[in-house]
Each structure stands twice: as C-alpha cells, then as structure tokens.
Design a protein around this ligand. Structure first.
Ligand code: ADP
Ligand code: ADP
Length: 216
C-alpha cells in the first residue's frame, strides 16, 4: 500500500505511523525524522534545514523533494510506503504525483487525522521524543515523569520547535500551506478522514478500519 498521512502538527501522525506501518509491513518515511537525523548528524542538509525548522517554517521544496525522491528510490519502498509529513503543500503533492507516475505507481489513499486546535496544542506542548529510537511519548497521556523511553531505555527530549511561540507559528503554516491538501486529495478521490481523538489504540483501530478496503 502507498499511503500518506495528513493532519496538523500534533494530530498524532508520527504516533499512528509507527503502528500502521508495522501492521502493514511497509516502511514509515517521516520527512521530519529525516531532517532531525541530518541536524543531529551535522550534515549540510541538516545545517540548511535547521534554520527553517527552528522557526517552524517549511524547508524549501526543492531540498525536501530531492530527499524524498532518494528515499522512495530505495529498495524497501518499492512495494509500498507510508509518508508522514510529506507532502506538506500543494506543489509537493503535485510533484509527488508526477514522481510516482514516473515510477509507474500511484498513491492508494491519503488518511487525514482530524483533531481540534486545543487538543493539538495540548499534545504538542507535552510531546517528548526518544533521542535513541525516535519513539514518541506524551508527558501526561503516557505519564512520563522520568524522561526515559520505555521502549529502549533512551533519553527523552522536548523538540526545540515544540515551544509555545513556534507551535503557534507552525499551526499558521499548517492552515496556510498544508490544509489545502485536504481538498486537493478530496478532488483526487483518495482522501479518507479519521477521528483522531481518544486513546492511541482506538485511533489506530479506526485508521486500520478505514484502510481495510485498500489492503490486498
Ligand atoms: P510535526 O510532527 O509536528 O508535524 P514534523 O516532524 O513532520 O512535524 O516536521 C518538523 C519540521 O520539519 C517542520 O516544521 C518543517 O520545518 C520540516 N519539514 C518536515 N516535513 C517537511 C516537508 N514535507 N516540507 C518542508 N518542510 C518539512
Ligand atoms: P504529529 O506527528 O502529527 O505531529 P505526534 O504523533 O508526534 O503528532 O503526537 C503529538 C503528541 O501527542 C505526542 O506527545 C504523542 O504522544 C501525543 N499523542 C498522539 N496521539 C495521541 C492520542 N490519541 N491521545 C493522546 N495523545 C496522543
């Protein structure tokens, strides 16, 4: 299956991507994770991306698209993938469509995680990420007092862009640039909305039900 997750920052895309990709045995490709790995590795790409990420702005399209093209060309992505955080504007979506046409394939479905603004702010403000395995936690919802990842024992950190002022700006960027993807994919007739409120496992269950007609 070739699948895209869309939704505002904090909707739970990364969290759900972990479970959905593992249920479907497809690679999870998260552009945010790839950028963060480059930032911590000190690569040229990381140095370029960091200034945009710190402000909560999108990294320029040509850089992001080249990175995604390379990743989608790898062998593990040939039979399916889950994209998390890409595309993030209509030009990226149009180029993704052309890129997949070149590869002789197309997206099967775009899953929109629907959650209101208050919940998004609550989720982002308490987000903690494992510096070792990348797993996502929440200080309150997962009762994480000790900053230790229960999955691998790694240290949990708060992302620089999860501070209040940057959160607000990222939500504006979402409304202006990313939200139009919802009507873009509705017109393509591949959009399915899922209620992303409630416990993580319930959201995963709803997502898997929405995907079931597309699983072969
Ligand atoms: P979130 O999980 O909060 O939605 P991500 O981890 O997906 O955030 O992205 C973090 C940052 O990485 C973004 O604010 C942006 O600067 C950059 N980024 C990620 N994906 C893209 C993309 N497709 N296009 C441009 N910038 C991106
Ligand atoms: P996104 O990738 O869309 O930015 P994340 O998956 O990183 O979102 O989730 C943002 C925060 O919300 C994380 O701290 C995560 O643990 C928490 N979270 C995700 N899904 C839920 C849920 N269903 N209920 C409560 N908290 C959640």
């Amino acid at each position: 299956m070739r699948l895209v997750l869309v939704g505002p920052p904090g909707a739970g895309k990364g969290t759900q991507a972990q479970f959905i990709a593992s249920n479907l045995s497809i690679p999870k490709i998260s552009t945010g994770d790839i950028f963060r790995a480059n930032v911590s590795g000190g690569t040229e790409l990381g140095k370029l991306a960091k200034e945009y990420m710190d402000r909560g702005d999108l990294v320029p399209d040509e850089v992001t698209i080249a990175m995604v093209r390379d990743r989608l060309s790898e062998s593990d992505a040939q039979d399916g993938f889950l994209l998390d955080g890409f595309p993030r504007n209509v030009p990226q979506a149009e180029i993704l469509k052309k890129m997949l046409e070149e590869f002789g394939v197309a997206l099967d479905i775009v899953l929109e995680l629907v959650v209101d603004d208050d919940e998004v702010v609550r989720r982002l403000a308490g987000r903690r990420t494992c510096s070792q395995c990348g797993r996502i936690w929440h200080v309150d919802f997962d009762d994480k007092k000790d900053d230790v990842c229960d999955a691998c024992g790694g240290h949990l950190y708060q992302r620089d862009d999860d501070k209040e002022a940057t959160i607000r700006h990222r939500l504006e960027v979402y409304q202006e640039q990313t939200a139009p993807l919802v009507s873009f994919y509705a017109q393509e007739r591949i959009l399915v909305g899922v209620d992303a409120t409630g416990p993580v496992e319930e959201v995963t269950q709803r997502a898997m039900e929405a995907l079931s007609p597309y699983i072969d």
